[in-house]
Design a protein around this ligand. Structure first.
Ligand code: ACO
Length: 393
């Protein structure tokens, strides 16, 4: 649709709204890269800190830099006594609402202000400090206990998991969470990253940009899907019931969680990697999840084929997205399903931080147009302009 020679794209589909050096999603080929590195390779060969450092600096850290960076993130990740009290008051609320509110309250308590007319590096430090708090915020919200130092130079993924399971996790479980966090750390201009950049583009403070992004990630069409994926597996129960259950959902015009993606026209590479991780973990869900995935893909394909025949245009390719296998992996390592979205948030917050930095470095206020579809107005003929005032003699 066009108006005044401008094209309207619902949901900004297909629109390029910013330039970034951080990540590239090739939806046709099913490829994802961070700073020119294959993300699926990073997932099982690098730590979360190495990948965050890569996004930040465009290169991997040396061993000494990595040690120092891990320490820095750990130090920044400690809540002060007052902040702990603020967060604890939110324990028991819905986890993503609690996380969003806690982070916002901490930013207010710290007195963070607009980055305009200041050195953007100061605001970036504030953003990174807030992002580093994610494991401690989630642990406090879940356990009400004040997070203690886990052990010196403990990585982000291990601290996050430790906080939720209440004991030192196994190296295998830490590796699985680390792979998950690396795979989901950044993903082009997804909805939550876009909202972080929009808020940042107005000159808003560090807390405002991150809080906006958390709110956007919380929706089930974005980061809220893996909990419902597990609910779906529970509802199906056994592999022999998968076909009928899925057919029923599609007949009722319900969405199958963990399938479909705006950008990927083929398999989401993160889904393929997490399927591999789930199989290596020997997660008891793997058998059922594999059957459900096969049934869902076949049913979605048939559904799209029928639709395309009826409408005479090619149907949308609906394939497995990252959230489907996330559910099996996070459940196996002991993360409660109520906290799948906060786990996603604890990982994507590093990507948001780098996008906020990029936005500040080359800021242009986001201000698109809207296509007016309301009633037309009858305007009077333009009034003749009054004569220009004459200079006083
Ligand atoms: N199950 C059933 N039908 C689907 C699904 C699905 N999972 N996904 C899309 N469709 C159908 C829609 O019903 C729609 O059909 P219609 O034209 O007859 O109304 C058509 O495909 C297009 O749907 P849109 O929402 O316009 O497609 P879009 O590409 O914008 O949506 C989205 C992408 C939101 C992820 C969608 O596929 C979906 O809702 N999936 C389920 C939720 C999910 O898994 N979310 C996590 C995404 S991954 C992430 O954000 C990290």
């Amino acid at each position: 649709m066009t108006a005044e020679n401008k094209t309207f794209s619902a949901g900004l589909e297909g629109v390029i709204a910013c330039a970034t050096q951080l990540s590239h999603v090739d939806g046709t080929a099913g490829r994802l890269t961070y700073r020119g590195q294959k993300t699926v390779d990073l997932a099982t060969t690098r730590s979360v800190e190495e990948v965050w450092y890569l996004l930040r600096h465009g290169r991997f850290p040396t061993p000494a830099e990595l040690f120092a960076f891990t320490d820095e993130v750990e130090d920044l990740g400690a809540l002060s006594a007052d902040e702990y009290k603020l967060v604890k008051r939110l324990a028991g609320t819905e986890p993503m609402s609690g996380f969003r509110t806690a982070l916002s309250a901490i930013a207010a308590h710290r007195g963070y202000t607009s980055w305009l007319n200041r050195d953007p590096a100061e605001t970036y430090d504030e953003v990174a400090a807030l992002a580093s708090l994610a494991p401690a915020i989630v642990e406090t919200l879940y356990t009400r206990r004040r997070p203690r130092l886990k052990s010196s130079n403990t990585g982000y993924a291990e601290r996050y998991l430790w906080g939720l399971v209440g004991e030192q996790p196994s190296p295998q479980a830490v590796a699985a969470v680390s792979a998950y966090m690396i795979l989901t750390m950044d993903h082009g201009l997804n909805a939550s990253t876009f909202s972080a950049r929009v808020t940042c583009s107005t000159g808003a403070d560090a807390g405002a940009s991150l809080t906006t992004a958390i709110g956007t990630l919380s929706g089930p069409l974005h980061g809220g899907a893996p909990g419902p994926v597990l609910d779906m597996l529970d509802a199906i129960g056994t592999a022999d019931k998968a076909d009928a259950w899925i057919a029923g959902q599609l007949k009722a015009k319900r969405r199958l969680m963990g399938f479909g993606h705006r950008v990927y026209k083929t398999e989401d590479p993160r889904a393929a990697k997490l399927r591999e991780v789930a199989r290596q973990l020997n997660s008891p869900r793997v058998e059922l999840a594999t059957k459900v995935e096969q049934s869902a893909l076949a049913a979605l394909q048939a559904h799209q084929d029928a639709k395309s025949k009826a409408e005479g245009k090619p149907g949308r390719a609906l394939r497995t997205n990252v959230e489907f296998w996330t559910a099996a992996v996070l459940e196996y390592v002991g993360i409660p399903r109520t906290h799948f979205s906060t786990t996603f948030c604890a990982s994507r917050i590093m990507g948001w931080s780098e996008h906020i930095r990029e936005q500040m470095e080359g800021n242009k206020l986001f201000r698109p147009l809207s296509l007016y579809t309301g009633p037309a107005v009858e305007w009077d003929a333009p009034v003749e302009a009054p004569p220009a005032p004459q200079p006083v003699q």
